[in-house]
Design a protein around this ligand. Structure first.
Ligand code: PLP
Length: 385
């Protein structure tokens, strides 16, 4: 089962996920670690969201929900997307899913016939390979280089997508924190038009931008009809366990996805959808607070590591900091494993997100200021040694 998440290597080959499983085993054995390896908030879901869920369930919304989602929530998502992008969007363009992950799977199932190729950008969010393969697709990767701020190059994309059916991108990006520039996005859009590709745009961190602005490719010319956007409440509203997300796409694709919902989840619980609608309609302050929290933590982490032997380029978005540890002469995996064993600090090796982030480690900004400052101090001292 470990290989369900650990996906990069051939069977038996190391792919960096050993660090995560070792950390979990240490916790289960009663050890105390500083866990900076997964994107799980230390903050609690806001009480007004919990109250909305409770009131909805007690009010009787506990039966089967509509497979594509409740009208109210689909409308709330559509209004938000239209306001953010200027692209005409109605409830008919929205499917509610059990989190961004189910949205990713739905988009892959919609875009690919068995045997079709989907291209993903390396480094990538760790579930992408199994999502492509689970939908019957063939996986191809294209590297985004550290020297280019992990922004994929249009000519590399063009070469990699020959004969492909879909391209999956993610911005703001996990693990690197890259926020794709307008130029990057226009290059991506041009490749998709030229190669007649579906573009799947994972925007689950769109609410967490520290620098620059998030641009949804659906807003670019000729892209609304070929773009499937993946969104989620998990990160922006601290609702990871609610499992609520969505796909935005052309009406006919959304309608066709109903058969997938019928075959799998049969809809997202109505009381969860009611809570999500309240969060979207009344949660601007909460969303802003969450964004500000990670923004402050990012600034502090970057400042704390200044002058240390690990290089850190400030991430433009999301809730992680990538450290370039190549100066230590260690691989990301060796560094992370040694840091775990000797300092009891768990970070993710870059290798667990593909090959392009080898020699890096990802630090999730998911503990409070004091614990983070102490962990980064020890990490820097460890790197010096
Ligand atoms: N996409 C990216 C890039 C992520 O980092 C994550 C979660 O960490 C997801 C999708 C899945 O999010 P959700 O909790 O909405 O399923």
């Amino acid at each position: 089962s470990e290989r369900i998440i650990g996906l990069n290597g051939a069977p038996g080959e190391s792919d960096g996920w050993g660090v995560y499983y070792r950390a979990r085993a240490m916790i289960e054995a009663g050890e105390t670690l500083t866990m900076l390896c997964i994107g799980e908030h230390d903050r609690k879901t806001a009480p007004f969201i919990l109250d909305a869920m409770d009131a909805s369930a007690r009010g009787g919304n506990t039966g089967y929900a509509l497979a594509l989602g409740q009208d109210g929530l689909r409308r709330a998502v559509a209004e938000r997307v239209e306001a953010a992008t200027g692209v005409d969007t109605t409830a008919a363009n929205v499917m509610i899913t059990t989190g961004g992950q189910a949205a990713l799977f739905a988009t892959m199932c919609a875009a690919l016939d068995p045997g079709d190729t989907a291209v993903i950008v390396d480094p990538y969010y760790a579930t992408y390979p199994s999502t492509v393969r689970g939908a019957g697709g063939v996986l191809r990767t294209v590297a985004a280089r550290p020297s280019k701020g992990f922004q994929p190059d249009a000519s590399d994309l063009s070469a990699a997508t020959e004969g492909a059916r879909a391209l999956l991108i993610n911005t703001p990006h996990n693990p690197t924190g890259a926020v794709y520039s307008r130029a990057t996005m226009e290059g991506i859009a041009a490749v998709c038009r030229e190669r007649d590709l579906w573009l799947i745009s994972d925007e689950v961190y769109s609410g967490q931008v520290h620098e620059g602005a998030h641009l949804s490719p659906r807003a670019l010319p000729g892209m609304a009809e070929r773009t499937l956007v993946v969104g989620s409440m998990s990160k922006s509203y601290v609702m990871t366990g609610f499992r609520i997300g969505w796909v935005i796409g052309p009406e006919d694709v959304i309608a066709a996805m109903m058969s997938l919902a019928n075959a799998t989840t049969y809809g997202v619980p109505g009381f969860i959808q009611d809570a999500a609608e309240i969060a979207l309609r009344q949660g601007a302050a909460e969303e802003a607070e969450v964004a500000a929290l990670y923004n402050r933590r990012r600034d502090r982490a970057v400042a704390a590591l200044e002058g240390s032997p690990v290089a850190v380029s400030p991430p433009d978005g999301a809730m992680y900091v990538m450290l370039d540890i190549r100066g230590t002469g260690m691989s990301g995996e060796a560094f992370a494993m040694a840091l775990l064993e000797r300092e009891r600090i768990a970070v993710m090796p870059g290798e667990s997100f593909g090959r392009a982030a080898a020699g890096h480690v990802r630090v999730a900004l998911t503990v409070g200021d004091e614990a983070m400052a102490a962990a980064l101090r020890r990490l820097a001292q460890f790197a010096s040694r």
